[in-house]
Design a protein around this ligand. Structure first.
Ligand code: FO1
Length: 318
């Protein structure tokens, strides 16, 4: 069974652990993750791909489960030295091990390799057990239009919004810079066309899933895919499992609920994404016209729990 997953970072990584575990119980399980790259940034001269790295480290068994990003057992020597020099940005934590990943990525990108090839190369070390493909090899960055004290309205990179400000600034909108010129990375359209099931991970719908869908051709590919598309809600009982989906949804005027996000994604029959929408038991009974809704416990407490979520999503797909 070929399973293609649209995923962001931390929530997507945990979900993919469950997809991989479930796929291992199948005779022909094969998983491809199409991962968001709009969080990507360049800092201190290094090209950083947070969502790809969260997925790669998590599936590679190297991640720091508490933080959700970066590697376990990190040291922060270089970061401390950068701070001592006053080298901005000092608000973005770069672990020493993590810096090695960014150095390899930056070297390969500068040598002309596309991000998809860089990701393949990095994954030969980490062996995630699923194929990781960036949504696009082209530049695609989420910028956030905010009001900053004394500066009025301006756009800042998503990482500054997320890490420096923690979203606690008046926020007007998210802009996916480069979206109109971006092309699906090699293998993305095939992974969608050839899938037996397509899953939308319980990632942030606004800044993880939407930027993937903003790549021209991706929405159409999903709409015309022969496989059923099932989403898993990252919102349980009106609050996000983790992260700041509530702030993001408020910015785009969507209710922070499984119903709100399900309606945002919309029924495939009406040009939306979903055939099925899996919600937590706390939200059981919600209905979305044109979408088959099922409920299951959605707390990804460990890999077994997550694998059970995945089998519930696949049952809904069937
Ligand atoms: N998140 C933070 O909250 N603080 C950080 O200092 C930070 C550094 C960082 C470095 C590399 C990386 O790959 C991710 C990092 N993140 C940090 C997480 C990142 O901002 C988020 O994981 C995503 O971009 C949002 O999903």
């Amino acid at each position: 069974m070929r399973i293609t997953v649209l995923a962001g970072g931390i929530g997507g990584a945990r979900f993919l652990q469950g997809v991989r575990a479930h796929a291992r119980t199948l005779p022909d399980g094969d998983v491809t993750a199409v991962v968001n790259v709009a969080d990507d940034t360049r800092m201190h001269g290094l090209r950083i791909s947070p969502d790809l790295d969260s997925v790669m480290y998590t599936l590679g068994g190297a991640h720091d489960a508490e933080r959700g990003w970066g590697q376990a057992g990190e040291t922060w020597t270089v970061s401390g030295e950068l701070k001592a020099y006053g080298a901005e940005p000092t608000w973005f934590g770069l672990g020493d091990k993590d810096i090695a990943t960014h150095l390899v990525r930056t070297t390969m990108l500068d040598a002309g390799y596309p991000l998809s090839r860089v990701t393949e190369a990095l994954c030969t070390r980490w062996n995630p057990g699923v194929r990781l493909i960036p949504a696009t090899d082209d530049r695609l960055e989420t910028h956030v239009v905010v009001d900053l004290p004394g500066e009025g309205q301006r756009a800042i990179h998503f990482q500054e919004w997320w890490v420096r400000h923690r979203g606690n600034v008046p926020t007007h909108r998210f802009v996916f810079v480069g979206a109109d010129a971006a092309k699906p990375a090699p293998g993305v359209l095939d992974a969608i066309a050839a899938a037996d099931v397509i899953l939308i991970a319980p990632s942030n719908p606004v800044v993880s899933i939407a930027p993937i869908l903003a790549v021209p051709g991706l929405r159409d590919a999903l709409a015309s895919a022969s496989a059923p598309v099932v989403g898993v809600s990252g919102i349980i009982g009106g609050s996000p499992v983790r992260g700041m989906a509530d702030k993001c949804l408020a910015t785009i005027g969507v209710e922070c609920s499984a119903a709100g996000v399900g309606a945002l994604y919309g029924p495939r029959a009406d040009g939306g994404l979903l055939d099925g929408w899996l919600v937590d038991t706390a939200d059981a009974g919600l209905e979305i016209p044109g979408v088959r809704v099922a409920s299951a416990p959605l707390w990804m407490t460990d890999e077994t729990a997550t694998a059970a979520i995945v089998s519930a999503a696949l049952a809904l797909a069937a």
